[in-house]
Ligand binder design. Sequence first.
Ligand code: NAD
Length: 284
Amino acid sequence: MDIKTIGIIGAGRMGSGIAQVMATSGFEVILTDVKDEFIERGIDNIKKGLAKAIEKGKITPEEKEKAITKIRTTTRLEDMAEADFIVEAVSEIEELKFDIFKRLDEICRKEVILSTNTSSIPISKIASVTNRQDKVIGMHFMNPAPVMELVEVIRGINTSDETFVIVKNLTEKIGKIPVESKDSPGFIVNRVLMPMINEAVFALMEGVASAEDIDKAMTLGANLPMGPLAMSDLIGLDIVLSIMESIYKETKNPKHIPCPLLKRYVDEGYLGKKTGRGFYKYEF
Ligand SMILES: NC(=O)c1ccc[n+]([C@@H]2O[C@H](COP(=O)([O-])OP(=O)(O)OC[C@H]3O[C@@H](n4cnc5c(N)ncnc54)[C@H](O)[C@@H]3O)[C@@H](O)[C@H]2O)c1
């Protein structure tokens, strides 16, 4: 299958990062969002990301310019008719994703694979609204997409072997490392990482140790590059909470109940680095 043009739905944090990865890997990109201002913000993110890549010596200024010319933008989902492969990265709202997939199923050519970057919605559920369940798959990039090497590739119940192989090969072609995961709550990374962060918040709530000491223990004692509470501040406490809630909703396992202190912080607006306050305080 010849993939030349990648359609990306949603120009937010993930969609813009994925567009950057695809464009620097030589693909034509069609990037869509609902408003011009969201697209402009996405393009701005891409330019900043490419500038950082130059600083790190990963690309040249010429490669940056070339990558930018490869990205076309539109607010019309219908323009995805030209795409050979889709990555959907709209907000994590079930009904929104169902609507987008129903429309993409009508708009895109019948051989086009529709992948989703969802963190928590079952792939089979998304596939079920289409008439091409064999061509719907999870392609879960990590944040920030241009920097993180891993992509979790998730098959729904009816995803075909052919679709899986195409996505695995595409992942490698863009310089990422694919790992196959079952369509199970949290896939692999969030299933392991989020309960660890949640447990660290329980330890803080119970007064086992201070935030600094919990993080120091986990960096020096478990050789993690960053403590779980600092990592939670970076990810966003609201995101950690919503992922724990969605894992719990699926598993109903008490070990996945979000820590009450995490909820209180989110209620207070302590969302981490992005609001200047999470488990730590940040100066802007
Ligand atoms: N942020 C993360 O750390 C992370 C990591 C991996 C996966 N994800 C997943 O990636 C997806 C996107 O997350 P994000 O963090 O980029 O969110 P975001 O809020 O930054 O971006 C979502 C974008 O989707 C756009 N959008 C909403 N409705 C749309 C529509 N009908 N058509 C086109 N665009 C539409 C929004 O305007 C917004 O720009 C979610 O499914 C999320 O679970 C997020």
